[in-house]
Design a protein around this ligand. Structure first.
Ligand code: ADP
Ligand code: ASP
Ligand code: MG
Length: 469
């Protein structure tokens, strides 16, 4: 099977169709000067030769000016160590939430382009502040907003995709020893020249895309935990850091709720084979060594090809999400085409359906159809179904947002049987009822009552042998 097909197993067909390398954005393709500059960038090999590093700092890492100073010390360490550095920053912790709240307060129904004009400002503040602090430390630094690079995006305001990056100017300046501080989460939509944002958590995607465009050796994502864990360490203190995780597992973990990396950033890294490392900005900057390409594995978690992982567990991680809602259509007439009549209008309304369970009633003439959607989409889902009632036929409807989806993920499932049975038995042992199930080659997800979410995560973490000693 071609690698790309195999690699994207477990994500939706629509997502698959969108996966493609970000090739055209790469710097040399974008017309960078050749000669000396290119030579400088190509000097790096393994060992302690210069590396080109993209460092991304998330909201808690830049939450105030003192933390921005701490970030600047991480940057200085790399520059002093001879590496070329481009930085991608998020808004200071809480700022984007505040901006979104103001937009909603201004008008619940608002223009998406103006939403983006407001929410993109958080990153602009951080980029400017970090450039100022870096300059005060004697480094050459300049801030860049997405449109100045430019980072071009699709026109889907609020959840735009990066379609290209012209990194020529930044690359030229890096070669001269300047540090580029780029705003994450945003770019410019080229038709109308409006700022577009990439969806919550989008700075991770900005960082990976910049790394690809600059042909960086590694994309370091600095956050408030020191790597990717077997599950959210805030829920399960016994969670273990994974030294390495495959792109495919990380893609599943992100899309199933582990917010440590935005799903799109993992897609981009996977398709372009960019090495991504997750590490903590809260380690004293001077206690860390500058990036050395032969020592990348010393700290954090590397997201890389499955082949690079020598010892892999059957199950590598547990993820959970609480923002799904369950809808059940009761006693729908069971005849050919009924599923199409239910899910067609939902697709037309752009509502993503996740899990689906159909059960035929004992009389054999009717069926109950249960499915999940994003909790935020529940009102629209119910309205859409009501409008489609004349085509679907008679039914009663029940819905609940008090559900959680718990997923067990691991590439080892491809070759090991019994992972699902073990999951069902463990949940039953705790009296937890399963409302729906979905599987792919490398994951099993179950829908349960939200009240049991944490108990389920802890139980599964333990039975698959993931607890730290
Ligand atoms: P940032 O602001 O740096 O982008 P995020 O809050 O988006 O950081 O992501 C980091 C958080 O992700 C951690 O604080 C942690 O609670 C959460 N998280 C969820 N699942 C995992 C996991 N499997 N491994 C590590 N962190 C996880
Ligand atoms: N500031 C944006 C957010 O809070 C983007 C990011 O932090 O990655 O979602
Ligand atoms: Mg984040």
């Amino acid at each position: 099977m071609p690698l790309r097909e195999r690699a994207v197993n477990g994500i939706s067909v629509r997502q698959k169709a969108r996966l493609r390398p970000i090739g055209p954005v790469c710097l040399l393709a974008a017309g960078a000067p050749q000669g000396q500059l290119q030579h400088e960038f190509e000097k790096r090999t393994a060992g302690n030769a210069m590396a080109v590093v993209v460092m991304k700092f998330g909201g808690t890492s830049v939450a105030n000016v003192e933390r921005i100073r701490n970030v600047a010390r991480h940057v200085k360490r790399e520059v002093d160590g001879g590496n070329k550095v481009a930085i991608v920053v998020s808004a200071m912790a809480g700022v984007t939430n505040q901006l979104v709240a103001w937009v909603r307060e201004a008008s619940v129904l608002h223009d998406a382009r103006e939403y983006d004009a407001v929410v993109a400002t958080g990153e602009q503040v951080t980029a400017g502040l970090l450039a100022i602090v870096l300059q005060s430390m004697g480094l050459q630094a300049r801030s860049w907003q997405g449109w100045q690079v430019p980072i071009t995006t699709s026109a889907a305001h609020g959840s735009a995709r990066i379609v290209g990056i012209d990194g020529a100017e930044i690359k030229r300046r890096l070669a001269q020893g300047e540090v580029a501080v780029v705003t994450g989460f945003q770019g410019i939509e080229p038709e109308r020249h409006r700022i577009a944002t990439l969806g919550r958590g989008g700075s991770d995607t900005s960082a990976v895309a910049m790394a690809i465009a600059l042909k960086a050796d590694v994309c370091d994502i600095y956050t408030d935990v020191d790597g990717v864990y077997t599950t959210d360490p805030r829920i399960v203190p016994k969670a273990r850091r994974l030294p390495k995780v495959s792109y495919e597992e990380m893609l599943e973990m992100s899309s199933l709720g582990s917010k440590v990396l935005q799903t799109r950033s993992v897609e981009l890294a996977m398709v372009n084979r960019m090495r991504v490392r997750v590490l903590s900005s809260f380690v004293a900057p001077e206690a860390m060594e500058p990036v050395r390409l032969d020592r990348l594995e010393d700290i954090g978690t590397i997201v890389c090809d499955e082949d690079e992982i020598v010892e892999s567990q059957v199950v590598s991680g547990i993820a959970y999400v609480k923002d799904e809602a369950k809808v059940t259509l009761i006693k729908v007439e069971d005849k050919p085409g009924v599923a199409a009549r239910i899910f067609g209008p939902l697709a037309d309304a752009n509502i993503n359906v996740d899990m689906i369970v159909q059960s035929v009633t004992p009389d054999g003439k009717h069926t109950d159809m249960t499915f999940t959607v994003q909790a935020a989409e529940l009102p629209r889902t119910l309205e859409t179904l009501k409008a489609a009632k004349k085509d679907i036929g008679d039914f009663d409807v029940q819905s609940s947002a008090d559900v959680a989806k718990i997923s067990v993920i691991g590439v080892g499932m491809r070759s090991h049987a019994g992972v699902a049975a073990m999951m069902f038995k463990a949940l039953a042992g705790k009296g937890i009822n399963i409302l729906a199930i979905t599987t792919s080659e490398i994951k099993i997800s179950v829908l349960i009552d939200a009240a049991y979410a944490e108990l389920a995560v802890r139980t599964l973490h333990s039975i698959y042998g993931l607890d730290a000693d």
